[in-house]
Design a protein around this ligand. Structure first.
Ligand SMILES: *Cc1c(COP(=O)(O)O)cnc(C)c1O
Length: 434
């Protein structure tokens, strides 16, 4: 960053788990001519075609859960779960501010109000203590996110939910095979949702999978997925609350890809964990760098490797530090627009205009809503400190990275540490220059 020769210019290996197996699976679907088999009325194809049903069966067995319901994204899966938990106008759902946008929007879709609780400063998932503080007579559910691949403190969450009679929805988009005391996430709460979009551990291009042991929730999700209002009469569904449906259907091609991807998941996760452990062990020796904590009895699956950076100890600011490390390594983008290393992870959701301006008027001005939710700056101090000051993430632990690649990553960090005094001067000058 200050003009020397970078540690590495050779591009890192591209992450691609799509191979011959997926190709053949898609060809088989194409040759059948049956790219989707759903019918939005009560007939045998209400549940989709053979690949969708096989993928659901495989997923349920793999996770050890009664029902798996394929959808076209984790986002639509979240919406379906809010609906299936009978949430509606006047209700509140406790959500995390430190995640991707969809988790907090889901309640709004059904006219309910998202209430943000703060996160745990070690694992960045919702903090049970903060959850409990946010409960009101209007609270209907807790939507936890096993963020970055580490599970939430589920014993505490389930205990609170039991005491206040709340549903627990688990957003597992970043955490397939993440376990809490031996149990897979997505099988502990009332319902879980996994993402199969292109960025996730395994993918079908776009896609999602809902998991539950509750037959009532499973049925509602199936109805919401596929035009439920046109189905309930023929199906003789007794409880039709929130069963008006959307089209959240997964195609046969995506499901065929998913069947093959699922077989690869254990190996992909194992490689990620071993790479992350190696990087954590060495980078954790650098003063001021705190590698991700893995709580006892938990498996972290490292969708992101999220470190904390203590500028009081290192002597330079987090953003300067991250810029310096990135300058030592080849520019690499995981997605078109996202670099492989970044600061903050996710800006606190409540600071977005939709909350600041209460743009979803039907939820906030609803005559049935008797609360007065806050979205002020300062609402979740831990989240704000993590985002604005402490957390940085990288994805140098991706499964395609070899030992040789990891050595270059380590050398980049080490080189920056060896030149911290120069970096401090640079930062001071930049500060003075305004
Ligand atoms: C990726 C992601 C989503 C959205 O998943 P899609 O399948 O793209 O809709 C939701 N929540 C979290 C935590 C995610 O990481």
């Amino acid at each position: 960053m200050l003009g020397g020769k970078p540690v590495r210019t050779e591009i890192f290996p591209h992450s691609n788990s799509i191979g011959e197996e997926e190709k053949q699976a898609v060809i088989r679907v194409l040759e059948s001519g049956n790219l989707s088999q759903y019918v939005g009325s009560w007939n045998k194809d209400f549940y989709g075609g053979p690949s969708v049903r096989q993928f659901e069966k495989d997923w349920a067995e793999f996770l050890g859960v009664e029902y798996s319901i394929a959808v076209n994204s984790n986002t639509s899966g979240l919406y379906a779960c809010i609906g299936a938990c009978d949430i509606g106008p006047g209700d509140e759902v406790i959500v995390s501010p430190y995640t991707m946008t969809a988790g907090a929007i889901a309640p709004l879709i059904y006219g309910a109000v998202p209430v943000f609780a703060d996160i745990d400063e070690d694992i960045f998932c919702l903090d049970p203590k903060s959850i409990e503080e946010k409960i009101t007579p209007r609270t209907k559910a807790i939507l936890v996110v096993h963020i970055c691949g580490h599970p939430t403190d589920m014993d505490e969450v389930m205990e609170i939910a039991g005491r206040f009679n709340l549903k627990v929805i688990e957003d597992c988009a970043q955490s397939p095979m993440s376990t809490y005391k031996g149990k897979n996430v997505g099988t502990i709460g009332d319902v879980g949702i996994f993402s199969l979009n292109y960025h996730k551990h395994i993918h079908t291009g776009e896609g999602g999978m809902i998991t539950t042991n509750n037959p009532v929730i499973a049925e509602k999700v199936q109805l919401i997925r596929n035009h439920g209002e046109a189905v309930v009469e023929g199906k003789k569904t007794a409880d039709i609350y929130n069963t008006f449906g959307f089209n959240y259907r997964m195609t046969e091609m995506e499901a065929a890809v998913g069947i093959e991807q699922l077989k690869k998941l254990p190996e992909l996760i194992e490689k990620r964990i071993s790479n992350a452990n190696y990087l954590s062990k060495i980078l954790g020796t650098l003063p001021g760098i705190i590698p991700p904590l893995v709580k006892e009895g938990c498996r972290h699956v490292y969708y992101q490797q999220a470190f904390k950076f203590k500028k009081e100890i290192a002597g330079v600011g987090r953003n300067t530090f991250v810029d310096a490390v990135k300058a030592e390594l080849p520019v690499m983008r995981l997605r078109e627009s996202t670099p492989i290393m970044g600061t903050g992870f996710a800006p606190p959701l409540y600071l977005q205009p939709i909350y600041q301006q209460r743009l979803h008027k039907c939820s906030f001005n609803c005559p049935r809503y008797e609360g007065n939710v806050s979205y002020e700056r300062g609402l979740c101090p831990v989240t704000e400190r993590m985002y604005f000051e402490e957390v940085f993430t990288h994805e140098y632990m991706r499964p395609t990275f070899t030992k040789y690649d990891l050595e270059d990553v380590i050398n980049a960090y080490m080189k920056v540490y060896e030149n911290l005094s120069e970096l401090k001067e640079y930062e001071a000058k930049k500060f003075l220059a305004g």
